[in-house]
Design a protein around this ligand. Structure first.
Ligand code: PXP
Length: 253
């Protein structure tokens, strides 16, 4: 049996977080993107937040100009972000919920309860050949609502799984993710996953054969402090690939 290769998107936001702590140019997230490409990443992910707390508009411009890997632009569903996405035309855009006061993207998008024309955003991005994903919690109501927007891809927020205590709590979260992946796949959606993944939590998620892509950032950048960025990405890549191969009894295609 040949399994589909699991793609790895490296999120470089937190290189920019460190840079912005001092306001100068170092460390440069575009240099990190170049290293990620050399270490086996399939794509680069960057979240341009409304408050520009890490990635800047200029970073997005430079990622588009200087990096050959596809860019996945994480963005809130706002007119400002839509016009930026339409100007740059990244390979992909992942629509995420955003609250200024949150430390990170704490939950998935409430697609089922969205009080704005999310389907309209999906359509306008898709018209520019941008592959749109919606970042949602792993529950069936959200999967079905995401499908109704016309988005071809969902990214499942696996943060609760990653933060849960190992044992029955984590097993129950994994079950929720597996069920959401199954429901989405049955509807014809492509499934990605991300948020909070680490060396310790990536294996069971990578083992779900219908997940096509993982987007990983904070842990990789944190781990780079101790062993270097290339080594943290290479090790994550190996854990992902080995877990996928073990689960499918095959080498990845
Ligand atoms: N995917 C999405 C949609 C995200 O918002 C984030 C966090 O910015 C990630 C993946 C990466 O999460 P982490 O930095 O925790 O690995």
């Amino acid at each position: 049996m040949i399994s589909r290769r699991l793609r790895m998107g490296v999120n470089i936001d937190h290189v920019a977080t460190i840079r912005n702590a001092r306001g100068g140019p170092h460390p440069d997230p575009v240099r990190a993107a170049r290293m990620a490409a050399a270490a086996g990443a399939d794509g680069i992910t960057a979240h341009l937040r409304e408050d520009r707390r890490h990635i800047s508009d200029n970073d997005i411009q430079r990622l588009m100009d200087e990096i050959d890997l596809p860019l996945n632009l994480e963005m809130a569903g706002t007119e400002e972000m839509l016009s930026i996405a339409l100007r740059h035309k990244p390979h992909a855009a992942c629509i995420v919920p955003e609250r200024r006061e949150e430390r990170t993207t704490e939950n998935g998008l409430d697609v089922a309860g969205a009080n704005y024309d999310l389907a309209g955003y999906v359509a306008r991005l898709a018209d520019s050949a941008i592959r749109v994903s919606l970042f949602i919690d792993p529950n069936l109501e959200q999967v079905e609502a995401a499908h109704r927007t016309g988005a071809p891809v969902i990214e499942l927020h696996v943060g609760t799984y990653c933060e849960s205590a190992a044992g029955s709590e984590r097993d129950a979260e994994l079950e929720r993710i597996i069920n959401a992946v199954q429901a989405a796949t049955d509807l014809g959606l492509e499934v990605h996953a991300g948020h909070g993944l680490s060396f310790g939590t990536v294996g069971p998620i990578a083992a779900i054969p219908d997940i096509m892509e993982l987007n990983i950032g904070h842990f990789l950048i944190g781990e780079a402090i101790f062993g270097g960025l290339e080594s943290s990405i290479t090790r994550m890549r190996a854990l992902m690939d080995n877990s996928r191969a073990a689960a499918t009894g095959a080498r990845s295609a």
